[in-house]
Design a protein around this ligand. Structure first.
Ligand SMILES: NC(=O)c1ccc[n+]([C@@H]2O[C@H](COP(=O)([O-])OP(=O)(O)OC[C@H]3O[C@@H](n4cnc5c(N)ncnc54)[C@H](O)[C@@H]3O)[C@@H](O)[C@H]2O)c1
Length: 376
């Protein structure tokens, strides 16, 4: 008995042709994933089923001339997942990141996604995943905007004008019907100005490049933060106005009063429990906390100043009406989004299905019949 196995290869252009840039569909896809997370119909890595992924940590020094050494934003990470519901598929996102890539005309990180049959393990599709990852990252705070922002929010503030926040903003726009103005802040003012011009041209929304972080934060009803890990951002509690939602897709520091006086909603409480578990076994909890978005919050939980993570709310529970979200117009909400492979798998799966329907991509042969199956 022999079985031929082929899989579909999708280049970045194929992924675009299959519709990865359809922001509205991406937000719907992310919302569906959040509901599955809340039901528990998923698995990620590690014995706790909730690990973000496993990375190769490069040493500061090495006697081996070819071995990579630690550098800004330099890492390799594998992020495996199974996702249930109508997806019912396994997958793994695998990426390498290096801040030096900008000098080689490459994006900071280079990502691929493999989808596999959940029973046999055969590959179904290998695809370029830079846009998948960016689009799913952008869709996540847009779901939070839909459920947690005040409906009459008029001003969006975008802090960090890199590729991730571009996708965040263009997704948030789809869920904030009353936006009249967007303020862009970046440590490089020209980048903020380019985003402001883009906002006007693409969405017809007045865009302003701000040189003042304080002004940018204090005007925002919806504040999307995605700055590089290499240069942490600090904003003051008193700058954030009543009723605002702060969407954290990248790390940021603030006063302890900001975290304790805001309602914290997580993308997935269990992911954050796993982060804390990993921090505890890492040997240097503080260093671990410093490297993750939820770090400042975990630290305050350890100090007993904020309620424990396990008593907190995941957005999927709000989507499924299991827990309450915003209870009044005045409260400030922080939404923590750390990125999970289940979102890459979900979006990758939908693109794979659309590619099959439209005849996009290239079939590649794994084997006509597996050598080991015949010779067993
Ligand atoms: N949550 C997720 O799922 C997820 C997924 C991918 C990336 N990320 C994170 O999103 C963040 C942004 O990613 P990216 O690829 O756009 O990064 P990037 O480095 O390409 O761009 C970040 C932008 O932020 C600006 N910046 C950096 N520090 C700043 C500061 N202190 N104040 C103001 N501006 C500052 C930079 O000038 C740059 O324009 C990173 O922290 C990354 O790790 C999160």
């Amino acid at each position: 008995m022999s079985k031929k196995t082929e899989f579909l290869y999708l280049s970045e252009q194929d992924v675009i042709d299959a519709g990865v840039l359809d922001t509205v569909k991406n937000v719907e896809n992310a919302e569906e994933v959040f509901a599955l997370l809340s039901k528990g119909d998923y698995l990620m890595g590690g014995s706790n089923h909730n690990s973000h992924g496993i990375g190769i940590v490069f040493p500061k020094e090495t006697p081996f001339p070819n071995m990579p050494v630690a550098g800004p934003d330099r890492r390799f990470v594998a992020m495996p997942a199974y996702l249930g519901g109508r997806f019912n598929v396994c997958g793994n996102k695998w990426y390498g990141s290096n801040a030096e890539n900008k000098y080689k005309d490459l994006p900071r990180s280079v990502l691929t996604l493999m989808l596999n049959d959940k029973d046999t393990g055969e590959p179904l599709s290998l695809m370029s995943a830079n846009l998948i990852s960016a689009c799913r990252t952008g869709a996540v705070p847009a779901v939070a905007t839909k459920y947690l922002a005040n409906e009459d929010a008029e001003v969006c503030t975008v802090i960090g004008c890199g590729p991730i926040n571009k996708f965040c903003f263009q997704s948030i726009v789809t869920q904030a019907p009353n936006l009249k103005k967007v303020i862009f802040f970046d440590r490089t003012l020209e980048k903020a100005q380019r985003f402001a011009d883009w906002s006007k041209e693409e969405f017809g929304i007045e865009g302003v490049a701000s040189a003042s972080l304080e002004k940018a934060v204090s005007e925002g009803d919806i504040i999307s933060i995605a700055v590089s890990r290499t240069a942490p951002l600090y904003f003051k509690d008193e700058w954030v106005k009543k009723g605002a939602i702060v969407l954290l897709s990248g790390p940021a520091q603030s006063d302890s009063s900001f975290w304790s006086n805001s309602k914290i909603i997580y993308d997935n409480v269990k992911l954050h429990e796993a982060y804390v578990e990993e921090a505890e076994s890492s040997g240097d909890k503080q260093a671990y906390y410093n490297g993750v978005i939820g770090g400042p919050i975990y630290k305050m939980i350890d100090e007993g100043k904020i309620q424990p993570i396990e008593q907190s709310t995941s957005i999927g529970d709000i989507i499924r009406n299991e827990k309450e979200g915003r209870v009044n117009k005045e409260e400030r909400i922080v939404f923590i989004a750390c990125g999970m492979a289940v979102f890459d798998v979900a979006l990758g799966y939908d693109l794979y299905q659309r590619a099959l329907e439209k005849g996009i991509g290239q079939k590649l042969l794994l084997w006509d019949s597996a050598y080991q199956a015949i010779n067993n």
